[in-house]
Design a protein around this ligand. Structure first.
Ligand code: BGC
Length: 265
């Protein structure tokens, strides 16, 4: 049996690049109509839409700042306007604004929390409201699915990145608490915690000598690619994972396995 999403509509935030782009493309291949949300990456989003359409799929690109309530409402209105419904939300938009703790500006703290955590709250709330209004659509065993993009840094503390780590720690319990609250309505909420995935967000640490240092933190000795996360993301929203509720799937090559202890500690 394959993971298929035929007849379903997916909203993927931050779908213009990186992990979001990989998910948007794979969901379309699995038969979903995809709403490719972007904030600044207009060209990237348009390219994802072009690729999906070239493969015979359906997609639209929609600009929205996920941290702004009005933008999120408009995003979901455009999604239903174009495709009639939404069955899947991938709350994926995320940013990093790194700084040593004492040097971190309030603005950089706030911006990361706004996008990574408040953005997921606003998008998930819009999705839950819509799933309730839609009711059963007969396209999936669940009434709706929400996937929260977290990070290994929901559990691994990260010096120099406290805003990011705090946002992902928040995503972890946002996801689980929401999963508990709406499971009775057959809305499935889960999360993915990627490790080091080669995308624009970590270009510096995944190239050259830095990449060699990074590989020491990955027992599987490979830096991930967007498709590694996309495949897990497809499984989690498909009916193959119908009994998976409130779980975080770590897609990290073993980064959370305390690699410092590999050689007897
Ligand atoms: C961060 C990346 C980092 C990875 C592993 C991700 O959540 O966005 O920059 O390479 O975690 O540390």
């Amino acid at each position: 049996m394959e993971c298929r999403l035929d007849g379903q509509v997916a909203v993927v935030t931050g779908g213009s690049s990186g992990i979001g782009r990989g998910i948007a493309l794979l969901y379309a291949q699995a038969g979903a109509s995809v709403v490719v949300n972007y904030y600044s990456g207009h060209e990237g989003a348009a390219e994802v839409v072009r690729q999906i359409e070239a493969g015979g799929g359906r997609a639209i690109a929609v600009e929205a700042d996920v941290s702004r309530e009005a933008d999120v409402e408009a995003l979901f209105a455009k999604a239903t306007g174009a495709f009639g419904a939404v069955d899947i939300l991938v709350a994926n938009s995320g940013i990093q604004k790194d700084a040593a703790f004492a040097e971190m500006s309030l603005q950089d703290w706030q911006k990361v929390i706004d996008t990574n955590l408040t953005g997921q709250f606003l998008c998930a709330r819009a999705a839950v409201r819509l799933f309730r209004a839609q009711g059963e659509r007969g396209v999936s065993k669940a009434t709706g699915k929400i996937l929260c993009m977290s990070s290994v840094h929901e559990v691994i503390p990260w010096a120099g990145h406290v805003n990011y780590a705090a946002s992902k720690g928040g995503v972890s319990l946002l996801m689980k608490s929401l999963a508990q609250e709406v499971a009775g309505e057959r809305i499935r909420v889960n999360g993915i915690a990627p490790g080091a995935i080669r995308t624009a967000i970590n270009k510096e640490s995944t190239e050259g000598e830095a990449a060699q240092r990074l590989l020491k933190l990955i027992p599987y000795r490979r830096i991930g690619v967007a498709e590694d996360v996309a495949r897990a993301a497809l499984f989690l929203v498909s009916d193959m994972a119908d009994y998976v509720v409130g779980a975080t799937l770590f897609v990290d090559g073993g980064m959370t396995l305390y690699p410092g202890f590999e050689d007897n500690g």
